[in-house]
Design a protein around this ligand. Structure first.
Ligand code: GDP
Length: 482
């Protein structure tokens, strides 16, 4: 009856439909239970009961095997010793250490990918001690920690594409019946065909036995896990609705720390909360020479005003009739960019002109950092706050190929309008300025293309209906869940 409905609402809001475990200390991480997404209205997606129980079981595993446990100490000793006998006699705990690289959006999509792989293979996810994760995110796993510090783990963080620990390198060993104590899975965009064998079931049989796997990536490799027969059944149970993988795992993992949360809530309440509609525009420019400013501004306006009416046309001052349309409706535009000029131009346009719908348009940009500096912790905090704020908007416009935009859209559960790359757009031909994404998932920008057994090229966008090519990459490249 009524009580059940109430309970259901509490569960939905406070624990995100059961995604978040009960029993956390709330004050030390306010964002975990106060997420602002409820202001967007009832959340249309619900985590499956299978996903919820998988997460509770994972948390138990993490508590049993994580840092400061007996198993963890024994496993580290094994790693440090030169005698690598039968690991299974020591413990059944196995670890996946995530090594960071690139911008925060890239880091977040690879953390979700690594976590899903850990869930599927019963490994314990630990994070790069050098990535300042604890200043950005609260601990995600109740009763334990994903942070590590140990001299040997610090040494793992020096691994790179050409280390003699990559899977490519291991494949050249003569005797592969011996399981090494650790191995490095290099899964970034420039990985080799041999490294890509990570996504083959035959190779996983070996890889998943390695007690300490170090993983480094800068791409969202989840879609290729969905193409592996050995994981398919489990993934179907976990995610009956395929396009919700990042939506749920991201909301499960990423709770901004109190200091980041304070900036998010203050900004939201000051500038966005009272608007009738919130519009996010994420402008990410990968090529700045020649300066794309004029053309890109024109492209953005074509997308949001002409093609999709996300924002209203302005009135022509000379043609205005007395007593034009009046409306009390307000729209708040949250613009994020390293560059301030787009904000200046759009804000000026709406300040100096009335709109044809009578709506009042307010434009905001929280920061303008000028240059990407992913080693700058303050910039990363701002970036996190801005991705989160974008996820709170009602309609979102993003830039092609930007993981910053991917995080915002999937956390928010939105299918954005994606701006075509500026170098592909020309206002004079009849091509559109942007296109609507078909799903909220991030794109895997560098998937393997060879079939595991035959080693022949296959179109991986045609194997199953729910893994297809991405909207923001050329159509033979990139994979995404739909
Ligand atoms: P991607 O390069 O667009 O895929 O996104 P990433 O987040 O991986 O890397 C871009 C990085 O540049 C961010 O993490 C920030 O450090 C910085 N950056 C880019 N755009 C913005 C922005 O709009 N706001 C802020 N605060 N930082 C940005």
């Amino acid at each position: 009856g009524k009580n059940n409905i109430l309970l259901d609402e509490v569960l939905q809001e406070k624990y995100l439909g059961g995604l978040i475990a009960q029993g956390f200390d709330e004050k030390s991480c306010l964002s975990r239970h106060q997420s602002l997404w409820k202001h967007k209205g009832p959340q249309p997606h619900r985590p499956s009961s299978h996903l919820i129980s998988k997460l509770r079981n994972y948390e138990k595993l993490h508590r049993r095997c994580g840092p400061h446990t007996k198993s963890f100490k024994k496993s580290l000793e094994y790693l440090n010793s030169s005698d690598h006998g039968n690991y299974d006699k020591i413990t059944d705990c196995k670890y996946l250490v995530w090594k960071s690289r690139d911008g925060l959006g890239n880091r977040m999509i690879t953390l979700v990918s690594a976590f899903l792989y850990a869930l599927l293979t019963q490994k314990v996810l630990l994070v790069d001690p050098g990535a300042h994760i604890s200043g950005l995110f609260c601990e995600p796993f109740r009763g334990s920690s994903w942070l590590i510090s140990s001299p040997i783990i610090n040494r793992f963080m020096n691994f790179g594409r050409y280390s003699p620990h990559t899977y490519d390198y291991i494949l050249k060993w003569e005797n592969r019946s011996v399981i090494p104590p650790y191995a490095f899975m290099y899964l970034a965009h420039d990985y080799t065909e041999e490294d890509k064998r990570f996504f083959c079931d035959e190779d996983q049989a070996f890889i998943r036995k390695v007690p300490w796997l170090v993983i480094q990536s800068n791409v969202y490799f989840v879609p290729s896990l969905f193409l592996m027969p050995s994981f398919q059944k489990e993934l179907n149970l976990l995610f009956p609705e395929k396009q919700t993988v990042f939506h749920f795992l991201g909301r499960y993992l990423f709770h901004p720390t109190n200091s980041v949360w304070n900036s998010i809530t203050t900004y939201y309440n000051s500038y966005l909360a009272s608007a009738d509609e919130k519009i996010g525009i994420q402008i990410r420019i990968f090529r700045t020479n020649p300066d794309p400013f004029n053309e890109l501004l024109e492209q953005i306006l074509a997308c949001v005003i002409k093609e999709n009416a996300v924002l209203p046309q302005i009135n022509d001052k000379m043609m205005m009739k007395p007593g034009g349309v009046q409306s009390n409706r307000t729209k708040a535009v949250l613009l994020t960019s390293l560059d301030i000029r787009y904000f200046d131009a759009i804000k000026k346009m709406y300040e100096e002109n009335s709109t044809q719908t009578g709506e009042i348009i307010q434009v905001f940009q929280p920061s303008n950092e000028t240059k990407q500096d992913s080693y700058n912790h303050i910039q990363n905090m701002k970036a996190l706050a801005e991705m989160y704020l974008l996820s709170l908007t009602d309609k979102l416009v993003t830039s092609s190929k930007s993981t910053f935009g991917y995080v915002a859209q999937s956390l928010g559960g939105m299918r954005p309008w994606i701006l075509y790359r500026p170098e592909e757009y020309n206002a004079t031909d009849s091509k559109p300025a942007c296109q609507r994404a078909l799903s909220m998932e991030p794109c895997f920008q560098a998937p393997p293309t060879l079939e595991c057994k035959t080693r022949e090229r296959v179109d991986t966008g045609k194997i199953v209906g729910y893994v297809r090519h991405c909207e923001d990459m050329s159509w033979t490249w990139g994979l995404k869940l739909y």
